[in-house]
Design a protein around this ligand. Structure first.
Ligand code: ASP
Length: 406
């Protein structure tokens, strides 16, 4: 079975919903679908989640509230119109009221924003379920909290509780006995009191990963890029897409800047021993990136670079299985970065699997990032897009022994 998650860019317009329906139709194994809120339609557009955050922050200012509500409603209406649906096709009147028509002004600011922020996901999932039903599927909208996704608060965010696995497995298998497809809003779960609580930003990936782990399924993450790249392709256009990654590599990349996957989406899939794919809903024929737990531990070669700004410093990482053992590369990295910023450092105290981590002042970060990519990836001769063949890959590792000097 496949749990397929569609990100906001894949669900921004009615046409996007139609394309997603085609993708679902392509493979009967796709049975659980997780939706993000509609995202940006063009550069400069707003994501629905950002509008909802803005709405929550300004809820008690009537004119502003009405303005933001009107903007959100307009976006929703355009999608429904394009799909030939009405709001009554999506929800029973009780359900509609419980999601959208509470008196949010009576709530504390935290409760108000927690209830409002995931409503874009609720809309997307209910819309997709209604559209799939119209196409002849027995599709059911399933609230993630009611399915058993429970969350707890720790370190400034909600996280999924491990107990969810058993509840999710039971509920999903029961529902799939009577339905072809379950469509689930991402990005939130219920706390112990049964209140809706959002995960951190990008959390629909986390929802999908837990649902996939609970049902021993493959997890597909669909967005508008054809996989995971060696570096942010918006910054380094020459960066190649990577065909295969290990979970440790993906985790290191996600923790230190790669936006493509939420870092908390990785552990449930790793523990379940299942495979993830990152794919492009605008180019479904592209193979994307496969993330697995195969033993690539002997790769010991740089594979990607990542960049993350924090409030204290900017972090730069070189990623690749086993790379944390390569003292030679750590030394070369520091030497290279110090030609730009004499204060650049290797952060050595926490050995992070598949990662060499450096800090650098923000003003040099972009140049340093490009330079790391060029010296450690572009010049390395390491070819990441060979058909997957462990032996071939291991023989290629020797190429990196002749790693070029800067
Ligand atoms: N819509 C939410 C966000 O923009 C959650 C998600 O897409 O995963 O962060």
């Amino acid at each position: 079975m496949i749990v397929a998650k569609f990100g906001g860019s894949s669900l921004a317009t009615a046409d996007n919903f139609k394309a997603v329906t085609d993708i679902i139709r392509e493979d009967a194994a796709r049975k659980v679908i997780v939706c993000s809120a509609p995202g940006k339609r063009f550069t400069g557009d707003s994501k629905i989640t950002d509008l909802l955050l803005y709405l929550a922050a300004n809820y008690l200012t009537p004119r502003l509230r009405l303005k933001i509500q009107a903007e959100i409603e307009e976006r929703f209406k355009a999608i429904l119109k394009g799909l030939g649906l009405k709001i009554s096709d999506l929800f029973s009147s009780d359900d509609y009221e419980s999601y959208f028509q509470q008196d949010f002004s009576l709530l504390s600011p935290e409760n108000r924003s927690d209830l409002l922020i995931p409503l874009g996901e609720v809309f997307s999932a209910a819309t997709l379920a209604a559209y799939l039903s119209k196409q002849g599927y027995k599709a059911k909208f399933c609230d993630a909290g009611k399915l058993g996704l429970s969350v707890y608060w720790s370190e400034d965010a909600y996280h999924v509780h491990g107990d969810s696995l058993v509840k999710l497995r039971t509920h999903i298998s029961k529902l799939l006995a009577d339905h072809d497809l379950l469509v689930v809003p991402g990005f939130y779960g219920f706390d112990l009191q049964g209140c809706r609580r959002p995960l951190s930003r990008g959390g629909s990936d986390v929802t999908a990963s837990w649902l996939a782990a609970a049902t021993n399924s493959t997890c597909e993450i669909w967005s508008d890029v054809s996989g995971v790249y060696e570096a942010d392709p918006n910054i380094i256009q020459e960066a190649w897409k990577i065909d295969y990654l290990s979970y440790a590599e993906m985790l290191a990349m996600a923790r230190f800047g790669a936006q493509i996957l939420h870092p908390e989406a990785i552990k449930p899939m790793l523990d379940a021993g299942q495979i993830m794919y990152v794919k492009n809903s605008f180019r479904p024929q592209d193979i994307g990136t496969e993330i697995n737990s195969y033993n690539l531990a002997k790769r010991v070669a740089p594979l990607a670079v990542s960049l993350k700004h924090t409030s204290i410093t900017t972090l730069l990482a070189i990623n690749g299985e086993g790379i944390e053992e390569r003292r030679d590369l750590a030394k070369k990295g520091v030497e290279l970065l110090r030609t730009l910023d004499p204060k650049a450092q290797l952060i050595d105290e926490m050995k992070i699997p598949a990662c060499l981590l450096f800090s650098i002042s923000d003003e040099f970060a972009l140049k340093a990032y490009k330079s790391l990519w060029y010296h450690f990836i572009e010049l390395s001769g390491w070819t990441i897009n060979a058909d997957y063949d462990l032996e071939l890959r291991q023989s290629q590792i020797s190429l990196t022994d002749n790693f070029p000097d800067k």
